[in-house]
Design a protein around this ligand. Structure first.
Ligand code: TRP
Length: 334
């Protein structure tokens, strides 16, 4: 990256828990593949965040490898994007501690995700779950990030990261870039197939509510066939028909068609046809990625090398920020 102008920095991350859904793909990763020309992109696998909910070690390792292989298979080139493992860059945990001392209990108590998760995991309301957004702020601020592509559910966390950055900048001046949310051009928010008012979630108890990017064609057809629609029997793109709208979004994201083209195609057709064509399009979109995934995930040495190399690059840049922070707060440099 020498003798190049510095591009704005983009940072985002996904937790290596559960399966990777088509919501992760269409809402995030697919859009990220368009960015490295204009931005310096960091995409982390946020394993430190994932242990705020109990994980089985073997599963966590497997999910981590799968997510990295998926990033690459979906088109994120590890030479053009810094794809790395959060836990391999010690600066994250270190900065998070410092930021913890500048974040108020009241602020963290107001986080809706904390409230939701502590209800869901009542037996394990650990301190990490509470300070989760501080670690996320550290992720973002370490790299002097300009833009953060996130879903609506993470807006409040990003807002907090901004508040923390501004707070430290006021006290010590010029420490952090204050990040902003990035809204991509496409970025459809894929909804649950069973309750289309809700976001598609990999932790949904009903497996028919989400589609994994690794699902087999037969599973995809089956889940789409069972997708909840409505009794109107007309294909429109409107919030009054959230199930149909969601299928149209999946169809549009899987093809190169515009909304208008899709609506024309489905005008006067029943939901059976919409579902069939949506399943076909999605299967065709995922097929090459699944093939590539299978090839990459089998190559352990390659994956390890990428994590090592990219982790070192990330650490180098993270250290610059961390050193500055430590100095400004008054730690002796040794
Ligand atoms: N909390 C985010 C989520 O669950 C994941 C995440 C961790 C993240 N650190 C981040 C996203 C930094 C963007 C930037 O979706």
């Amino acid at each position: 990256m020498e003798n190049q102008e510095k591009k704005p920095v983009i940072y985002s991350g996904i937790q290596p828990t559960g399966v990777i859904t088509i919501g992760n793909y269409f809402g995030a990763v697919k859009n990220w593949t368009q960015l490295p020309e204009q931005y310096d992109c960091y995409y982390s696998i946020v394993d430190l965040h994932s242990i705020t909910v109990r994980q089985e070690p073997k599963k966590l390792r497997e999910n981590t490898k799968n997510l990295l292989a998926f990033y690459i298979a979906a088109g994120l080139d590890p030479k053009q994007n810094i794809l790395y493992l959060q836990s391999s860059v010690r600066q994250h945990a270190e900065l998070a501690w410092i930021l913890n001392c500048f974040t108020y209990m009241g602020e963290l108590s107001r986080m809706t995700q904390f409230k939701d998760k502590s209800q869901k995991h009542g037996e394990n309301i650990n301190a990490g779950l509470f300070t989760y957004p501080v670690l996320m702020a550290a992720d973002i601020l370490l790299y002097q990030t300009d833009l953060v592509p996130i879903g609506d559910d993470q807006k409040q966390h990003l807002e907090l990261a901004r508040d923390i950055a501004i707070r430290l900048n006021n006290e010590y001046s010029g420490l952090f870039k204050v990040p902003e949310a990035y809204y991509g051009k496409v970025g459809a928010r894929i909804k649950s197939l069973q309750e289309p008012e809700k976001k598609m979630s990999k932790s949904d108890e009903n497996v028919n509510a989400f589609i994994s990017v690794l699902d087999e064609p037969a599973q995809i057809r089956n889940k789409i066939k069972r997708a909840v629609t409505d009794s109107l029997g007309e294909v429109n793109y409107t919030d009054d028909q959230p199930g149909v709208k969601n299928l149209l979004d999946i169809y549009i994201c899987s093809t190169k068609e515009t909304k208008e083209q899709a609506l024309e195609k489905f005008a006067g057709q029943g939901y059976g046809y919409l579902k069939e064509e949506t399943a076909n399009a999605l299967i065709a979109e995922l097929e090459p990625i699944q093939k590539e995934f299978a090839r990459i995930v089998a190559d352990k040495a390659y994956l390890e090398e990428i994590l090592k190399e990219n982790g070192q690059k990330a650490a180098y840049n993270a250290e610059k920020t961390l050193r500055k922070v430590k100095k400004k707060v008054g730690f002796l440099e040794i």
